[in-house]
Design a protein around this ligand. Structure first.
Ligand code: ACO
Length: 322
């Protein structure tokens, strides 16, 4: 049996920082409201002209270095992003060029905040089936480009960044399973309601920003993430106590606490970066993973439960032995 294992992680946050105090000067909000309702106190923003591919490249270099591999070993590149550099080529192809790699499969995945979980699940299937041996899996976003900076309901929540893992074929697991879901019925609750096929003129009318019914999304996210925890553990007849680390999507500290409670986990076993990163959508789980790995918290052989929920709605989990 062939498995895939995470052999390297990397993360990159752009230099520019936007604090809650900065936001107080931009919209009718307070540091207190943002901290209490979300847990966020700062977020990073891409510089002018800095793209999702630029952020990805930095994260990938660190992941490759940790993995100790050569770029010519990479035979699959998947970038999860909602904010690609161009309509086409994909950000994965642009990244492939930056890395000087030729010929391997490279494509983007769009599942909003669940994008990295989807990408990891797909890369795992490529490796298990023998179609790839060494995959780069990236979650990267420049969400600041699709935020209405006059809308206090959304602009306090999001940030930019990139996280990456190198996934390698191995005889021992590795990724134990992935569980991917979507329900398009809820598309109106969280959306950027324009796109290329609707015509560029509609984009110029100014609807190119995230629109979210936050409270409704919150309630569904808490319930759904509770269910995905059960589904994941049941698939392995695993007890909650066997999970060493929860690495959740970093949207809101209150959603994270609710999932930890469901797992009967104390917060010291939950990787939390939402305070410093904000919600970086597809980048949030790999960034959190990288932080915990580099801090020496996560040890080889420990069981990780990664999960996310986002626009679509999409949601999912990956259970892995590190
Ligand atoms: N500062 C001050 N007040 C604010 C702000 C702000 N930045 N934003 C909203 N408010 C106000 C509202 O206007 C409302 O006022 P009202 O009662 O007078 O109408 C009040 O605060 C409460 O608003 P709610 O939306 O009910 O607040 P809630 O407790 O639900 O928190 C939040 C809002 C933080 C957005 C929360 O609902 C949330 O985190 N939702 C889920 C986000 C999420 O997980 N998204 C999925 C992933 S994102 C993706 O896929 C791209």
């Amino acid at each position: 049996m062939k498995y895939s294992r995470i052999v390297g992680t990397g993360g990159y946050l752009p230099e520019k920082i936007l604090t809650n105090a900065d936001l107080e000067k931009m919209v009718n909000t307070t540091d207190r409201w943002i901290r209490e309702r979300t847990g966020i106190y700062k977020r990073h923003l891409a510089a002018e002209g800095q793209t999702t591919c630029d952020l990805s490249e930095q994260a990938v270099k660190l992941a490759i270095e940790m993995a100790g591999i050569e770029t010519n070993q990479i035979d699959l590149i998947i970038v999860a992003t909602t904010t690609p550099d161009r309509v086409f080529p994909s950000t994965a192809c642009l990244l492939q060029q930056r890395l000087g790699i030729h010929g391997c499969a490279a494509f983007d995945i769009q599942a909003v905040c669940t994008g990295f979980i989807y990408a990891l699940g797909v890369a795992d299937q490529f490796i298990r089936s023998g179609m790839a041996m060494t995959a780069l899996v990236i979650g990267a976003e420049t969400l600041s480009r699709i935020i209405d900076w006059t809308d206090r309901n959304t602009c306090v929540l999001f940030g930019d960044g990139a996280g990456a893992v190198v996934l390698k074929a191995d005889q021992v697991p590795g990724i134990l399973s992935s569980h991917l879901h979507a329900d398009g019925e809820y598309e109106q609750l969280l959306t950027v309601p324009v796109g290329v096929s609707q015509g560029y003129d509609k984009m110029q009318q100014g609807e190119t920003y995230i629109q979210m019914k936050g409270h409704e999304v919150f309630k569904i996210a808490v319930n759904t993430l509770g269910q995905i925890v059960d589904e994941t553990l049941n698939a392995h007849q695993m007890d909650k106590s066997e999970v060493d680390w929860l690495i959740p999507h970093q949207a809101n500290i209150r959603i994270i606490q609710a999932t930890a409670k469901k797992l009967k986990m104390t917060m010291d076993k939950v990787v939390v970066t939402v305070g410093e990163h904000g919600n970086t959508s597809a980048a949030s789980v790999p960034l959190a993973l990288d932080v915990a790995v580099r801090q020496g918290k996560i040890q080889r052989g420990e069981v990780l439960l990664m999960e996310a929920f986002g626009g679509g709605f999409t949601w999912g989990s990956v259970l892995a032995k590190y």
